[in-house]
Design a protein around this ligand. Structure first.
Ligand code: G1P
Length: 289
C-alpha cells in the first residue's frame, strides 16, 4: 500500500430529521452555511488536500446534491451572457475540480453500511471518509493533516478532539496511548458510550483515512448503537489485525448537523469572510439582546 490517498467517500444518505421541516424536500447536505452548501465545505477541503475522486453515498430525495456538482449549462450560459465573471468562475469551479461518482444506499442501515456501499468504487487503495456535517476550519486542511499521519504510519487514522465527559454519548470514543503530541495509538473504540462508560475524552470527528481492509470488517460486524452498522464497530473489528491511529487535528470543528452548531458555524464563517465580516460584526455588536 503506497502513501497516496486519491479518493474520498462522503456518506450523505441520512434523512436529516433534525432539520425538519427544512429538509423535507432539500437534502440536509445542501443547507447553506453563508452561501455554500454544507457538503461543499467538505468537498473543498478534500480537493485542497489533494483528493481527485469523490464518492458520494446518497439515497432517495438527494438529487439536488448531484445537480450541484454537475455542470449547469443554462446557468453558465446566462452568467456568461450577463458578464458576471466572478459568479461564473465560482459556479464552474464546483464541477471542474474533481470527479464525482454516486452510489445509492437504499436503506438507512448506518454509517458503516454506507461506507461499505463504496467498496467497488474505492477498490484496492487507501481512501478518506468525510462526514460533511463536521465542518472544519483549519490553516492546513484537516484531511491533509490526516493524510500526513497516514503516510508516516501506513495505517488507518481517525481524527479526534477532546470533549467534556457529558458529550461522550454523542460520539465514537477511543481508548488510546499517546505516541507524540497529537498522535495516539488506538487500543479500543466504543460508539456512543453510556454515561460514565467512555474510555477517555477523545471523540472521533468525521474525518478518517482507511485502508480497504475496513470493508471486510464492515461486512461482518453486527448492528450496534441505534441498531445500525457502525463504522466505529468496523474499526474495532479491524483493530484485531491492524494498528489504528488517532490524530488530534489542529483547527476548529463545527457540528453543522445540529441546530446550535449550525448557527455557530453560520455566524463564525460569516465573520471570517472579508466581504461580509466587517458589516456583520458591526450588526452583531449593535444587537441589544
Ligand atoms: C458519527 C459517528 C461517530 C462520530 C461522529 C462525528 O456519528 O458514528 O463515531 O463520533 O459521527 O461527528 P453521528 O454524528 O452521525 O451520529
Amino acid at each position: 500500500m503506497t502513501g497516496a490517498v486519491r479518493k474520498a467517500v462522503f456518506p450523505a444518505a441520512g434523512l436529516g430529521t433534525r432539520f425538519l421541516p427544512a429538509t423535507k424536500a432539500l437534502p440536509k447536505e445542501m443547507l447553506p452555511l453563508v452561501d455554500k452548501p454544507i457538503i461543499q465545505y467538505g468537498v473543498d477541503e478534500a480537493i485542497a488536500s489533494g483528493i481527485s475522486d469523490i464518492v458520494i453515498v446518497t439515497g432517495r430525495g438527494k438529487s439536488a446534491i448531484e445537480d450541484h456538482f454537475d455542470v449547469s449549462f443554462e446557468l453558465e450560459y446566462l452568467l456568461e451572457a450577463r458578464g458576471q465573471k466572478d459568479l461564473l468562475k465560482a459556479v464552474r469551479a464546483i464541477s471542474d475540480k474533481v470527479n464525482v461518482a454516486y452510489i445509492r444506499q437504499s436503506q438507512a442501515l448506518g454509517l458503516g453500511h454506507a461506507v461499505l456501499r463504496s467498496r467497488d468504487l474505492v477498490g484496492e487503495e487507501a481512501f478518506a471518509v468525510v462526514l460533511a456535517d463536521d465542518v472544519i476550519v483549519a490553516s492546513t486542511p484537516c484531511l491533509e493533516q490526516l493524510i500526513g499521519i497516514y503516510r508516516t504510519f501506513l495505517a488507518p487514522v481517525v481524527a479526534v478532539m477532546e470533549v467534556p465527559p457529558e458529550h461522550a454519548r454523542l460520539y465514537g470514543m477511543v481508548a488510546a496511548e499517546q505516541v507524540s503530541e497529537r498522535v495516539f495509538r488506538v487500543l479500543d473504540l466504543v460508539e456512543k458510550p453510556k454515561a460514565g462508560e467512555a474510555p477517555s475524552n477523545l471523540a472521533i470527528i468525521g474525518r478518517y483515512i482507511l485502508t480497504p481492509r475496513i470493508f471486510e470488517s464492515l461486512a461482518c460486524v453486527e448492528p450496534g448503537s441505534g441498531s445500525e452498522i457502525q463504522l466505529t464497530d468496523g474499526l474495532k473489528h479491524l483493530l484485531r489485525t491492524t494498528p489504528l491511529y488517532a490524530y488530534k487535528f489542529e483547527g476548529t470543528r463545527y457540528d453543522a448537523g445540529d441546530k446550535l452548531g449550525f448557527l455557530k458555524a453560520t455566524v463564525e464563517l460569516a465573520l471570517r469572510r472579508a466581504d461580509l465580516g466587517p458589516g456583520f460584526r458591526e450588526y452583531l455588536r449593535g444587537l441589544s439582546l
